[in-house]
Design a protein around this ligand. Structure first.
Ligand code: ZN
Length: 386
């Protein structure tokens, strides 16, 4: 069998870089120990990474033996480049410019308007140009990738289904690629939140991240890899049936979970029952004033969501389920309320927690995707970076 020396060198370089990123400050000897490569190979690879300005020397650490030579520590040069990231909601756009460790350099959020195929390119172009003014010209690589979170299904970098905006009718990555000469990636929003947890907050190998916004979607990490299913349609738990013959859903079915307990569904129900605006701040004011309709809506939302959570646990047996929802973040009682309905023996060992990354989980996941692609590494562990 022919062994491709270039491939082996590339794999070894990826392994070394993964360890340097994971440990933040590490010596060549420690890298050799963790990768099982010999010291000469590690020295050669780190010299090349320093040459590429991806790794820098940080000075001397403590010696292993008393009186021994102090090792030189190395670290990842996060400022070698930037990522640009978008969370494209149906009525908002949020964005971040980050260094190569995902830390934010600049953020933007515009809301209360409809995102559609007619205005999306103009909006994204303006925001990108705005972020570009915050990049240092001296950065080695500049922008290494733009990743856009889509609230819908993404298949081969194209949007194949979106229930709440019409962006499936344009080639968004292709059009943006003509304007900006960098890799443009589209990915499902819930998938990005799962990638974010697996990169920045958790070393668990079995993770589900449940996003509850206009719709409900789950990003699923199995054996430390994103599980996308055929054509990117895995994790569409929002379209699992809650009530047969229930409310009509844009997916073509009836009684889907997200027609009852997505943020959009809950706020619309609140508006229909009270005549008030379908707005989260208005809802929160009523809830905090113990208005009975708002209280009843939250009790019902928790119950319905617990059915979706139970189904996810039974299907995927995760170690942890991370929740991403503005309503749940604002109402601390929601988590115990959902958990109180999880009485099955299957549910007992699963942790149910709010995402520590908060409203920015999607943007962090988008950054992680661009960074991984640019560095050509499989495992990106930045749990100690932020
Ligand atoms: Zn549906």
């Amino acid at each position: 069998m022919l062994v491709d020396k270039y491939m082996i060198r590339k794999q070894n370089e990826s392994m070394v870089l993964e360890q340097i990123i994971k440990h933040q400050r590490i010596s060549r000897a420690e890298v050799a120990k963790k990768t099982h490569l010999n010291k000469a190979t590690v020295s050669e690879i780190t010299a090349s990474l320093i040459d590429k300005e991806l790794v820098e020397e940080l000075g001397e650490g403590n010696s292993a033996k008393k009186g021994g030579r102090k090792p030189v520590l190395m670290g990842f040069n996060k400022q070698a480049g930037y990522t640009l990231n978008f969370d494209l909601g149906y009525n908002y756009v949020s964005s971040s410019l980050t260094y190569l460790d995902g830390s934010f350099v600049d953020t933007r959020k515009i809301k209360n308007f409809s995102v559609n195929r007619g205005n999306v390119l103009k909006i994204l172009t303006e925001i990108i140009n705005d972020h570009l003014t915050k990049c240092q010209d001296s950065s080695t690589y500049g922008i290494v990738g733009i990743t856009i979170a889509i609230h819908g299904i993404v298949e081969e970098n194209r949007i194949s289904f979106t229930p709440y905006y019409d962006l499936d009718q344009i080639d968004l990555a292709g059009e943006l690629g003509k304007l900006f000469n960098v890799p443009i990636m589209l990915e499902n929003e819930a998938n990005l939140t799962a990638i974010a947890e697996a990169t920045f907050s958790s070393r668990d190998f079995e993770i589900v991240s449940l996003s509850i916004y206009s719709g409900i979607g789950a990003g699923i990490i199995m054996n430390n890899q994103l599980h996308k299913g055929k054509a990117g349609k895995s994790g569409e738990v929002g379209h699992s049936t809650l009530f047969p013959k229930g409310r009509t859903c844009p997916c073509g079915n009836q009684g889907c979970l997200e027609q009852y307990c997505s943020e959009k569904a809950v706020l619309e129900e609140f508006s229909n029952k009270t005549g008030l605006e379908a707005d989260l701040d208005v809802f929160m004011t009523e809830y905090q004033n113990q208005q009975p309709i708002a209280l009843a809506i939250i009790a019902e939302m928790a119950f319905h969501l617990s059915i979706g959570v139970n189904n996810l646990i039974c299907h995927f047996s995760p170690e942890t389920i991370f929740l991403n929802s503005a309503i749940i973040r604002k109402i601390p009682d929601m988590l115990p309320l959902i958990a109180s309905h999880l009485t099955s023996s299957f549910n007992q060992d699963v942790e149910l927690v709010n995402s520590a990354l908060g409203a920015n989980a999607t943007l962090y996941g988008a950054a992680a995707l661009s960074i991984r692609q640019f560095l050509e590494i499989k495992s990106l562990d930045l749990t100690e970076a932020l």
